[in-house]
Design a protein around this ligand. Structure first.
Ligand code: PLP
Length: 377
């Protein structure tokens, strides 16, 4: 596909060309191992140190609190398992029904190991109830795990309040910040997070690199053993990936949410045009408290998979939910949790990025309205 409109940025993003430039020398001539003692390796290590400082500065953390991983799924798994096994007496975990699969599958694994997991419910707009959270805490609660923003409907969760609740009850708090980075301020000190995760490929860096923040003093048990990353994550460093992530973070910090504001305007005008052109459309999630780039919509009586594939034939790429679900035709667990009428209103997710343009959005809305009309006929 050459001239296509990419509107699936919550699944993955295009690498920024400045990020690719940053990586290339480390895939070509500077291929040293950061653990080698000679200069060829040490120079690489210095660059990793710079990337670590950039990530720490984005999160208002200390560089020593940053662990590079292979992806956010790994970061989530490592953080949850570490918290779960940190204290023998505490075998209860609280999470929500709308977390990413990497969290929910880790919870299922822990349930099989004898842990009790409370899954907080959400209302029809996808919001959680903090009173339900408070009531769920027991003296055996080891961890509260709540995402900062939802990948399907875009809701931004009250993670600052959750951090306070966790602190007051002496419970660890893990926050999956994958979709929030670059769109919402992420400050680990304000959040009171014990651990926090995010991923390079959602912020215009390549796939294969993630971040796990581990607060100083938190008893952390690694998932992958070895000497790298101060014994918290073994494995020879993905040098090019880490430097790419550092560059992507630097670009985000220079931008200072400017792009996010523009994306929000573009998303809002897109939704307005859709409302004007197409009858019987609903937008899922908390419309007033969503990520700037995300729009989860459904058209009465239209099969979401048929719509997605028809849009693809017209050069538009959107998804029918999270990329991790979309291979199975299972309904979205997030919208099931919201109690959505999925028989009549099946969702497609449209997610923009700083590379989305007004012209693309105009073309998308035209093609969308053609497809919806055709499928309704
Ligand atoms: N958490 C959320 C909220 C996500 O949206 C994703 C990816 O879609 C992940 C975790 C997993 O990220 P990764 O692809 O880096 O494993």
């Amino acid at each position: 596909m050459v001239d296509f409109i990419y509107l699936d940025n919550n699944a993955t993003t295009k690498c920024d060309s400045r990020v690719v430039e940053e990586m290339l020398p480390f895939l070509k001539e500077n291929f040293g191992n950061a653990s080698s003692l000679y200069a060829f390796g040490k120079d690489v290590k210095k660059k990793i140190t710079k990337a670590r400082k950039l990530v720490a500065s984005l999160l208002n953390a200390e560089p020593s609190e940053i662990v590079f991983t292979s992806c956010a799924s790994e970061s989530n798994t490592a953080a949850i398992l570490s918290a779960a096994f940190a204290c023998k007496e505490k075998k209860h975990i609280i999470t929500t029904k709308v977390e990413h699969a990497s969290v929910l599958e880790t919870m299922k694994f822990l349930e099989k190991q004898g842990f009790e997991v409370t899954y907080l419910s959400v209302d029809k707009n996808g919001n959680i109830d903090l009173e339900e959270l408070k009531k769920s805490i027991k003296k055996e609660t080891a961890l509260i795990c709540v995402m900062m923003a939802n990948n399907e409907i875009g809701n931004v969760y009250p993670v600052h309040e959750i951090g306070q609740i966790a602190k007051a009850n002496d419970v660890l708090f893990h926050c999956d910040a994958v979709q929030a980075i670059g769109k919402v301020e992420v400050d680990v000190k304000k959040l009171n997070a014990s651990t926090l995760s995010f991923s390079g490929h959602k912020i215009h860096a390549p796939k294969g690199v993630g971040v796990l923040y581990v607060k100083k003093g938190v008893d952390f048990k690694p998932l992958v053993f070895g000497h790298q990353e101060s014994e918290r994550r073994g494995g020879t460093e993905n040098v090019a990936g880490i430097l790419a992530l550092g560059k992507a973070v630097e670009i985000l910090m220079e931008d200072g949410f400017e792009s996010s504001k523009k994306i929000e305007d573009l998303r809002n005008s897109m939704e307005q045009k859709i409302r004007e052109k197409i009858e019987n459309v609903v937008f899922y999630g908390d419309i007033k408290n969503r990520l700037s780039n995300t729009s989860c919509m459904a058209f009465a009586g239209v099969d979401a998979h048929e719509l997605m594939f028809m849009l693809e034939t017209k050069g538009v790429l959107v998804s029918t939910g999270s990329a991790c679900n979309s291979e199975s035709a299972k309904p979205s667990h997030v919208l099931v949790a919201c109690g959505a009428d999925l028989k009549n209103y099946q969702p497609i997710r449209v997610s923009l990025s700083r590379f989305s343009t007004e012209a693309e959005i105009e073309r998308f809305v035209d093609k969308l309205s053609e497809c919806v009309l055709k499928l309704r006929r």
